[in-house]
Design a protein around this ligand. Structure first.
Ligand code: GLN
Length: 512
């Protein structure tokens, strides 16, 4: 491995190997990560990637129950694939020993009495939970500016957003604090920030990963996803957390996947579809150019490129923004100051208590979603909005099924319409913000897996390059195939760290 004292450059696999061999103490990487997390978050221009950091680097905080229900495939047999690897966890995943706030005032200081299955599985695999990452409040947003605790900054350019809603996790990985992190993806919240931060982000098939202990936003769309600086690390992390969980009735009872074993299999002969709806005339020319170059690389690696059409794509954003708020309005009803949420002290009646607690606790975007969702579900409008959106959702899913039936094995698209935008640029225009999800929401609506992988960068107006991502989409349960393609593309850029191959040693100005 490389120098053990340089966590910014070691992969999770390398860290785990060093700890298992005993060449560094078990808490070596956690301690280094803690130091680095404090350093990158400090000061005016600090990233603000973390909402909480683990306090006791010395002890294993919450020893996993060996072989228990919550322990994943990685945890059994004592193989500890993530031994001593520091992992950052999005703050909408319940953890013991650390607060879980969803970056909302309404849950400020909340400590969950139980742990999310994915977090238990990480611990069972030997990982160390470094801390909880910043996010858009309740995962609603595309820039991490909707956090009640201040925005996260992009490590490549601190005047820009890291994307969202899992912006803290993406920034922590991009800044070299941790090699990998957990996020959640309801409409793109792992893939889009991965693209804007120049890292790898995976959203698995719906049902692949347990949602037990993931604070619900839109339950039929939510999936836990993984970030890595490399495809291999994102795959390793996914392998550790994936698999059936009896505590989540929507988790599928099927064998946990082998995602790392065949990662180098290549894409020789694979039929890769390029959907024309994902390359609109309005796409920024530089994004188009990087995308076309990535397609050439895929061809060079032996892929058979085919132009395809997914005709219902243009309805995806409106469909998503009816369904996701509808589900959210129902899921967020529990924050009433009685069952969950900080109670407003001065209320004189139950109704006043609900009203005051919710008014005080929720930020403007959450309120907007609750109102939109309640409207779309209300008697008299239900058929026109929610009911109709459900039908269109089925058509969007059918588009995908048709291309798979036609022999297409993977799809390749840009992940986002552009690079990281400036802080504040879209905060007054919710629709402009919603449009950063045009290429990602379809996978959630259809329940299929997707991955964003760096495809180089474009020159920002300053000195710093701005990374871009390409997205592979695959048929349900074909994560292994999808990650092989992502790995092939990553390798074609000449390094495991594709974003670095464009002349940047790392996110601008934040070298260790
Ligand atoms: N940006 C989308 C939204 O605001 C997706 C969020 C997510 O995936 N959690 O709803």
């Amino acid at each position: 491995m490389r120098e053990p004292g340089a966590p910014a450059h070691a992969t999770a696999a390398e860290m785990g190997a060093a700890v298992r061999e005993g060449s560094v103490p078990e808490d070596h990487f956690l301690k280094a990560a803690l130091q680095r997390a404090r350093a990158v978050d400090a000061g005016e221009q600090g990233l603000n990637a973390f909402l909480a950091l683990t306090e006791d680097a010395g002890e294993v905080h919450d020893p996993p129950a060996p072989g228990g229900e919550g322990s994943g495939p990685g945890g059994t047999g004592g193989s500890s694939p993530l031994a001593g690897v520091p992992v950052a966890v999005k703050d909408n995943l319940c953890t013991l020993g650390l607060p879980t706030t969803c970056a909302s005032r309404i849950l400020e200081g909340y400590r969950s009495p139980y742990e999310a299955t994915v977090v238990r599985r990480l611990r069972a695999a030997g990982a160390r939970i470094l801390g909880k990452t910043n996010m858009d409040e309740f995962a609603m947003g595309s820039s991490t500016e909707n956090s009640a605790f201040g925005p996260t900054r992009n490590p490549w350019d601190p005047d820009r957003v890291p994307g969202g809603s899992s912006g803290g996790s993406a920034a922590a990985v991009a800044a070299g604090v941790v090699p990998c992190a957990l996020g959640s993806d309801t409409g793109g919240s792992v893939r889009q920030p991965a693209s804007l931060c120049g890292v790898v982000g995976v959203k698995p098939t719906y049902g692949r990963v347990s949602r037990y202990g993931l604070v619900a936003f839109a339950s039929s769309l939510d999936q836990v996803g993984t970030f890595g600086r490399t495809v291999a690390d994102a795959a390793l992390l996914l392998e550790a957390v994936a698999g059936h969980d009896p505590r989540d009735p929507t988790s599928e009872d099927r064998p946990a996947p082998d995602l790392t074993g065949g990662l180098e299999a290549g894409i020789q002969g694979r039929v890769v579809g390029i959907p024309r709806e994902y390359l609109p005339e309005t796409l920024e020319p530089e994004v188009r150019a990087r995308f076309d170059q990535a397609v050439e690389r895929l061809e060079g690696a032996g892929a058979r490129i085919r132009k395809v059409s997914l005709p219902h794509t243009r309805f995806a954003v409106p469909t998503y923004y009816i369904l996701a708020p509808a589900e959210a309005s129902s899921n967020l009803a529990r924050y009433d100051g009685v069952r969950y949420g900080r109670r407003a002290p001065e209320a004189r009646s139950t109704l006043e208590l609900y009203q005051a607690s919710r008014t005080r606790g929720f930020g403007p975007e959450v309120v907007r979603r609750i109102m939109l969702g309640t409207f779309g579900l209300s008697a008299g409008y239900h058929d026109q909005y929610y009911g109709r959106a459900q039908k269109v959702r089925a058509l969007i899913a059918r588009d995908f099924q048709e291309v798979w039936d036609d022999g297409v094995e993977l799809l390749f698209t840009p992940t986002a319409p552009g690079p990281a935008f400036r802080l504040g640029e879209r905060t007054d225009d919710p629709v402009a913000m919603y449009l950063s999800d045009v290429f990602t929401v379809t996978a959630n609506l259809a329940g299929i897996p997707g991955v964003s992988v760096p495809i180089g960068s474009i020159d920002g107006p300053g000195a710093s390059p701005l990374p871009l991502g390409g997205q592979f989409l695959a048929p349900p349960w074909e994560e292994a195939r999808m990650l092989q393609a992502a790995r092939t593309l990553e390798a074609s850029y000449g390094t495991a760290d594709a974003a670095k191959s464009n002349g940047a040693l790392g996110p601008g100005g934040r070298k260790p």
